[in-house]
Each structure stands twice: as structure tokens, then as C-alpha cells.
Design a protein around this ligand. Structure first.
Ligand code: URA
Length: 278
């Protein structure tokens, strides 16, 4: 399988398999992998007992015969290539539809609205935040609170509007008390973010804060060590910078973020205004 797929396709396939797992279709698919004559192996304890007696008696001991079980019916099982075709044709609408009124992780219990993401479905630039806060949870839109207003100013300083870019989060439901999303919540929700990114296929992704960078790059270092550097991510350039909420607490870091955003502007071919400040 490795030699048939590019690493990009493999990542997409993995994201989809995680997604099917969420829907509890994993069993369904693994049953179908062993279609035809399914063989039930002797239980481990029986097999171990048999091998011990082989060693002691030094003569062959009859192994329990495999028990054939009837084949399951094949119901339009897609081939790997059909699955890949579907992945290639994935859209934001389909991803939203399949997310549904999600209850896959515990965040659904306390959320008000799912915050799927907003902006241009053909954006060249995606911003990825951590997760909705209070205002986002009320409105169902990303980055509409205080940090969101600052993000809007940052986008406009780049010569863009919010409608030019796409904005999404690692988790789509507000974590209680605005705590960081937990590992299981990120693992459950991030396949939908991967699908959003793949469907949009932007030229650049900007991770706002360490949670987004960790979810996409699986990086554990402090963000100060890698912010402003370009990474290759699924055929796209990715950069992390400080989260706008951090900038509200530490305005001095705005200068660093502005430097980072200027690099993004360079990649996208946007004009950097001579006397513009962060
Ligand atoms: N912070 C985030 O990370 N995302 C939002 O949507 C709002 C605040």
C-alpha cells in the first residue's frame, strides 16, 4: 500500500479512517477485510498449552482444527481507490454535514453552538485557532470575541478581509471555562479540521497558538522556538504565530506576530506597506 499512495494521500486516508472509527464503522470494515472464508484461530491459551506439550513430549500434538465461519455478505464495499476518489472530492459542505449535531466527545454536553469555521471556501490562507470561547459558542462563528477583533485587525493589516481567508479551530465546541482542549477531544475533532484544510487546499496555514501547531505538526516544543518558521504540511506551507488572546495579555509580542504575518504576505504575493506597523 505504501508504494501505491503518496504521503499526502496516506494522511488523508488515515484522517478518514479515524473518522470512520468515530462513527463506529471500524468493525464493519475490519469484518469485510476478512471476507470469504473467515477462519477463527484457536484461543491463545489452547495454542500455548499445545506448544508446551509439544516441547515436553517432543512429538507432534494435534492442533485444534480452524473452524470455518460463513462469509459475511459484501455490501458495496468500496475499493481503496474508490475511497481515495471520495476523499479527493471531499468538500466543506460534506464535512459539515457529516459532523452533524456532533456528540462524539464530551464537549458537546456543555456547548451551545458548534463553531465549524467561516470564510472563503477557496481561500489561499487559513487561520487555525484553538477552540471557541464564550462569544463564538453563542454565535456559532469563529473568532468573534475580543481576540477575534484583534485577529480581524491583523487580517486587515495584511490587506485582506475576513471574507478572503478561512478561519477554523482545532475543536469545534467550546471547552468549559475556556480550558485547553484535552487530548481525546483534539483526537476526535481534528480529523474534521484536516478535512476542511484538504477541501480548501490553501497556499498557507497560520496556526494561532501552540494548540493548533501541536494538533497539525505534532510538535511539543514551546511556540517561541518555532514561531515564524515555515513547515511543510500536506502540500501546504504552515507557520505558527502567537494567539491573539496572548497578544491581548502581552501587546509587546505584536511586533513578532507582524513579522510573521509579513512572511505570510510574501508567500502569498501581498504588498507589504512601507510604513505599516503591527
Ligand atoms: N480563540 C480561539 O482559539 N478560537 C476562537 O474561535 C476564538 C477564540
Amino acid at each position: 500500500m505504501d508504494s501505491l499512495l503518496t504521503s499526502h494521500q496516506r494522511e488523508k486516508l488515515e484522517a478518514w479512517l479515524r473518522y470512520y472509527n468515530d462513527l463506529n464503522l471500524g468493525e464493519f470494515y475490519s469484518d469485510r477485510r476478512s471476507m470469504g472464508k473467515r477462519i477463527v484461530k484457536p484461543r491463545a491459551a489452547e495454542a500455548a498449552a499445545a506448544s508446551v506439550s509439544v516441547a515436553v513430549a517432543a512429538k507432534p500434538v494435534p492442533q485444534p482444527a480452524p473452524v470455518p465461519v460463513p462469509a459475511l455478505p459484501i455490501v458495496n464495499a468500496p475499493s481503496m481507490f474508490e475511497v481515495l476518489d471520495r476523499i479527493e472530492g471531499d468538500t466543506l459542505e460534506l464535512t459539515r454535514e457529516q459532523l452533524g449535531e456532533c456528540t462524539r466527545c464530551k464537549l458537546h454536553k456543555t456547548r451551545n453552538k458548534i463553531v465549524f469555521g467561516a470564510g472563503n471556501p477557496r481561500a489561499e490562507l487559513i487561520f487555525v485557532g484553538e477552540g471557541p470561547g464564550h462569544d463564538e459558542d453563542v454565535q456559532g462563528l469563529p473568532f468573534v470575541g475580543r481576540a477575534g477583533k484583534l485577529l480581524t485587525q491583523m487580517i486587515e493589516a495584511m490587506g485582506l478581509s475576513r471574507d478572503d481567508v478561512y478561519i477554523a479551530n482545532v475543536v469545534k465546541c467550546r471547552p468549559p471555562e475556556n480550558r485547553k482542549p484535552e487530548e481525546d477531544e483534539v483526537a476526535t475533532c481534528s480529523p474534521y479540521l484536516f478535512r476542511q484544510i484538504d477541501a480548501i487546499a490553501p497556499k498557507a496555514i497560520v496556526c494561532l497558538g501552540a494548540t493548533a501547531a501541536q494538533a497539525l505538526l505534532k510538535i511539543q516544543e514551546p511556540i517561541s522556538r518555532y514561531r515564524g518558521s515555515w513547515f511543510d504540511y500536506r502540500n501546504t506551507k504552515l507557520m505558527a504565530t502567537y494567539h491573539p488572546a496572548y497578544l491581548l495579555r502581552n501587546p509587546a509580542a505584536k511586533a513578532d506576530v507582524w513579522k510573521d504575518l509579513q512572511k505570510v504576505m510574501g508567500l502569498l504575493g501581498l504588498q507589504v506597506k512601507k510604513n505599516s506597523k503591527g
